[in-house]
Write a protein that binds this ligand. Structure first.
Ligand code: ATP
Length: 701
């Protein structure tokens, strides 16, 4: 009955007193970003903010040491401040409080926020609620309520101590970590303590941040790119020299020793040029983050080794999930052979379950992670046990396995459809009490006994997998595979595909074995091709789209939505582009459930991140929070839809889906994991006969 706090690792954030970046600086950047839609301009704004922190040299009065002899200590403090401030900014900018695998999420309920705003501003919560109902944005409501309070209570005189970024992240973290029946009041007090210190636009972003929806159109990739730009632009140009006594010197291009920011010195351990191309830096940082998706590890590396080597310092380690490798769709066995162009490959069954990365750390702990990097150890408590049973060799001290966990009937020894697996609870006691039994289908080994295997070819990784693990009846199996035959016999592969489908699999995964066969984290790679039964039947691949708005229903659908507007994701502009209206494929139950869950995420107007033509204006707009799997008859050029709008080669025409049908929700995907506009374009061109356009075929307009 009391309030409990989850004990998650306290990463790089320092105590409030060591921060030097005012929260207002972060909020000013958020405000500026909210006003612009160009991804490059957004990136520039965030880069400027990161540069401010890098350039401050860990300054700030609290950090200045009076004792000149204590330089080393002082240096350490400065670097720690730079790190903790940067780390804090990265979290605030990505509206998160911990790495994904810690499973700690913001998402404070409206009633708590309304109470806190009421208490902080001395306004009746009923009034706040009313304003929220009309405005639709609790952040703006907080800002205006707070504005009144400032004049009433503090006037223009000085108020309480201004917030800095670490203050805010610290409270966000405490709130995200706490649970229990007493926590409500405690949360209200905590939020109030922030709000009474907030000024200007700060209340708006505090509230939106706590809701878990910043809504300024800032994606994770932009945060990483901005960090890379900030580091490159702030680094001195010149070279680093190692002195004989180990002391480092930084020379600028004229050979003079310059006065450089502290962080630059920290980075320099080798005789390497200091200037790095912006694109190279972005690629290095993205690679490092895809292998170790944790800001803490990334900054540790960034502030301790030369930029050129960050990706070598920040590599896969057991305990932190790596971004999984993904596959490209193909439509026929012939296409597979053409794409692989003579390279040796293997075909594996594509199991229809849930992806599970299984890690064993040197300390002996086993953990399971999902496709979107969440820790799913509690959902699949038997998976570590099955894997342990499979690996009896006591010489194995650590590993990272890639597997698909599939629902399985032990009596009939058959796989059970994915829909059944998705009824598993978030936390299951053990295998016996769980309604759905599962089996682990292992297909890759990325790490073994202290060594990353990511760069090794699949043939070698697979050999090590088979050498160190063994099948366990009804619990652990290797993916069924058929290796490439020299004569490229398509009939054999077709038969294998048929067997896969008969055995409840989705189709095949085709993977290169020796050449171009490394494990590529987070890449939808050409080295992994998927071949699904559906494409062979001419149905086309399903797509994963984001519901961004809806239209009120009439007649039988009164009270629920009659149709939804769906969008794909454009990685270049980081916007969601409409590709179809959908009203088919829903059961009555679906319609009720979808409306109830999306109504929690309505926004007052179309987001600046949505590219939708005026003719499709929705009655209600939603935040991008869900991903739906949808099947369509085909794709066609459209002057109303905006899929791949800048890439079709025809001004003003995008690509849309014809006759879409709802299949299911994809809870394992984040909105940014939705089908991209590039994939939509590929699918459009891959159609046997291209539909639509003004030249004759059926157009969807
Ligand atoms: P889909 O909608 O097809 O599931 P996706 O975007 O989740 O697509 P894809 O790259 O298309 O992912 O397909 C790879 C997925 O297939 C993996 O994430 C994994 O969960 C599953 N899978 C099943 N069997 C295998 C296998 N043998 N090798 C790799 N992945 C497999």
């Amino acid at each position: 009955t009391t309030t409990t706090t989850k004990t998650t690792k306290k990463n790089g954030a320092a105590s409030a007193s060591t921060s030097t970046t005012p929260y207002s600086a972060m909020c000013d950047t958020f405000s500026a970003i909210e006003e612009i839609s160009s991804r490059l301009e957004i990136q520039e704004k965030l880069t400027e903010l990161f540069r401010l922190v890098l350039l401050q040299e860990g300054g700030g009065e609290e950090q200045q040491s009076d004792d000149d002899d204590d330089d080393d200590n002082d240096d350490k403090k400065k670097s720690n401040t730079t790190k903790s401030d940067l780390y804090t900014l990265l979290y605030l900018a990505s509206n998160s409080v911990a790495p994904q695998h810690d499973n700690v999420e913001l998402g404070v309920g409206d009633s708590i926020l309304i109470k806190a705003i009421g208490e902080a501003s001395g306004t009746n919560p009923q009034m706040i609620k009313k304003k929220y109902d009309t405005d639709g944005d609790l952040g703006t409501v907080a800002q205006t309520s707070k504005g009144k309070q400032t004049t009433l209570m503090f006037g223009k005189m000085s108020g309480p101590k201004r917030l800095n970024c670490v203050d805010v992240l610290t409270v966000f973290r405490e709130i995200a970590n706490v649970s229990g029946s007493q926590s409500q009041k405690w949360k209200v007090d905590k939020i109030k303590s922030l709000l009474v210190r907030a000024k200007g636009v700060e209340p708006k972003y505090i509230i939106r941040g706590l809701q878990g929806k910043l809504r300024i159109g800032l994606a994770q990739t932009t945060v990483l790119a901005s960090l890379a730009h900030a580091v490159v632009l702030t680094r001195p140009k010149g070279v680093v020299l190692l002195g004989e006594d180990g002391l480092k010197e930084i020379r600028d291009l004229d050979g003079k020793e310059g006065a450089y920011p502290d962080f630059a010195r920290k980075m320099c351990t080798k005789n390497l040029p200091l200037d790095v191309k912006l694109e190279t830096a972005v690629a290095i940082i993205k690679k490092a983050y895809s292998e170790v998706p944790s800001f803490d590890s990334l900054l540790d590396a960034l502030l301790s080794v030369p930029l050129q080597e960050v990706h070598k310092a920040c590599t896969l380690k057991p305990g932190i999930p790596v971004e999984p490798m993904l596959a490209k769709p193909t439509k026929s066995v012939l296409e597979v052979l053409k794409r692989l162009n003579g390279l040796r490959f293997t075909c594996e069954y594509k199991y229809d379950g849930e992806r599970a990365q299984v890690h064993m750390t040197p300390e002996g702990g086993l953990k399971v992670f999902s496709r979107s990097l969440l820790n799913t150890s509690e959902k699949f408590p038997e998976v570590p046990l099955y894997v342990q049973e499979s690996c009896k060799d006591t010489n194995v001290t650590s590993f990272v396995l890639d597997t698909e966990v599939v629902a399985f009937n032990r009596e009939t020894k058959q796989f059970v459809p994915f829909q059944v697996l998705s009824t598993r609870k978030r936390t299951e006691e053990n295998a016996e009490s769980a309604k759905v039994q599962v089996i682990v289908q292992a297909f890759d080994l990325m790490y073994l006994n202290g060594e990353s295997l990511l760069d090794r070819p699949l043939a070698e990784r697979r050999e090590l997998l088979h050498k160190n693990f063994a099948p366990v009846d009804g619990k652990f199996q290797f993916a069924t595979a058929l290796d490439h035959t020299e004569n490229g016999d398509t009939a054999l592969i077709e038969e294998f595909l048929e067997n896969a489908v008969k055995g409840q699999c989705e189709g095949l995964m085709v993977k290169t074995l020796d050449v171009n066969a490394a494990y590529e984290p987070s890449r939808r790679s050409l080295n992994w091709l998927k071949l699904k039964k559906d494409y062979l039947e001419g149905l086309g691949d399903s797509v994963d789209l984001v519901p961004i708005g809806a239209y009120h229903g009439k007649g039988k659908r009164t009270g629920v939505y009659g149709a939804y507007l769906l969008a794909c994701y454009d990685e270049d502009s980081e916007e969601f582009q409409s590709v179809c209206k959908i009203g088919t494929g829903f059961s009555d139950e679906n319609l009720k459930e979808l409306a109830a869950s999306l109504n929690k995420s309505t926004i007052p107007e179309k987001s600046s991140q949505y590219n939708v033509s005026d003719s499709l204006a929705c009655d209600v707009w939603f935040d991008a929070v869900q991903v739906w799997e949808v099947k369509a008859a085909d794709l066609s050029k459209s002057s109303t839809h905006k899929g791949a709008i800048d890439k079709t080669g025809e001004a003003g025409r995008g690509i849309g889906l014809r006759f879409p049908r709802f299949e299911r929700i994809r809870p394992d995907k984040k909105p940014e994991d939705a089908t991209t506009s590039d994939q939509i374009l590929d699918m459009y061109y891959a159609q046997d006969s291209i539909v639509g356009g003004d030249g004759g075929g059926m157009s969807m307009d």
